[in-house]
Design a protein around this ligand. Sequence first.
Ligand code: PMP
Length: 367
Amino acid sequence: SGPGRPPAARPRVRTDLDGLPLFRGRAAEPGTIGLDCNESPFAPPAAVQAALSGAVQGLNRYPDNSSADLTARLAERHGVPPATVCLGPGSVGLCVQLIQITCAAGDEVIVPWRSFEVYPSLAGTAGAVVRRVPLTSGHALDLPAMAAAISDRTRLVFVCSPNNPTGTSVSRSAVERFLAEVPPDVLVVLDEAYAEFTEQEADPLDGFGLVRDLLRQGRTNVVALRTFSKAYGLAGLRIGYCLSAPPVAELLGRVAVPYAVGTLAQRAAVAALDCEREVRERCRHLTEERERVRAALLDAGWDVPVSGANFLWLAAGSAAEAFAAHCREQRILVRAFPGEGVRVTVGADTENDAFLAAAARFAPIDA
Ligand code: PMP
C-alpha cells in the first residue's frame, strides 16, 4: 500500500454484486433420475462421438477462434450470411455478450417473469436494472405489457419462447406486433433454446426465420438465440449460436472471451448438424413423450400448460416444494420454484414412467 494508506482488509471488489444469486446448477447425484435441467436423455449420436475422438489428437492447438466451418454450416442451414452468425460458450455465453454490448450501470433490461433465471442475474453483473414483467394467468409471455414497460433507459429485452420454465410459446404474429412497438434503439433477443421441440406446432415461432426476414428488410435490433444443449444433446460441451445484424455480430465478437468455444464443441456441433434426421427423430419422440406425460398429469388433476419444449410446468403453487421433495425421496430430481410450480424435464420413456408413478403417489399437504 502507498504512503499513508492503511492496508485494505480485502480487495476493493464491487459491492453491488453482493445481492446477486449464486448459480448452483446441477449437483452430480449418482443413482438419481435427473429431470431438473432440461437436458436430452440421449447420448450424442455415434457419428458425433466419432468426430470427438478424431479431434482429440489436435487438442494441443487452440481452437479456430472464428469457428469458420461451423459458422458456414449454420449460415447455410438457416439461409443467412456467415457475418450474421456468432458462436458462444453455450447460449448463456452469448447472453453475457449481448448484455455487455448493450448495458452499462443503470440501463434497463426487460425480462418476462417468471422466465430463465439467468437473465436477471447476468443483467445484474453489468449493474443493469431488471424490469420483470409478469406472465399472463395462462403462464404465457405478456408481450403487450412488455412493450409498455420499455422506457428511455431500456437497452435490451429478452423474449423467451418456448418460455423456461412454463413451456408456453408466443406466435410469430404476436412477436411481429410486439416488435412494431419496440423503438429501433432497443435490442430484442428471441431466445429459442427449445425451438426444435415446437416444429410440430401449428404456428411455431421460428425466431431464426423471423430475424432473417427482418434483417433482409434492414432491421437491426433483433437477435435470435439457439443452442446445441437441448435438441442436439450437447449440453456438456457448452455451445450456442445466434443470428444478428452484422454490426451487432461484430460487437459480440469484440467482447467475446478469446477461444471460448473449444475445438471439441465446434467439431461435435458440425457432426451433429450432419445427423439432422436422427436429431429430428429424437425431438419427435420427446414431444410424443411430453404429450403422454402431460395427459397423465392432467388426468391426475394437475394444471399443466401446453408446452412447446422438452419439459412441462406443473402449476403446483404452494405444493411445489413438497412435490419436488417427494420426487427426490423416490430419487427423481425435478426443479421446484417455491410457491409457484415445478418444472419437469421429459426424459427417457422409463424415466418418465418412474416420474408418473412418483407423481401418482404424491398426497398434496392441503388435500
Ligand atoms: N436459454 C434458455 C431459455 C434456457 O433454458 C437455457 C438452458 N437452461 C439456456 C438459454 C442456456 O443454454 P446453454 O447455455 O446450455 O446453451
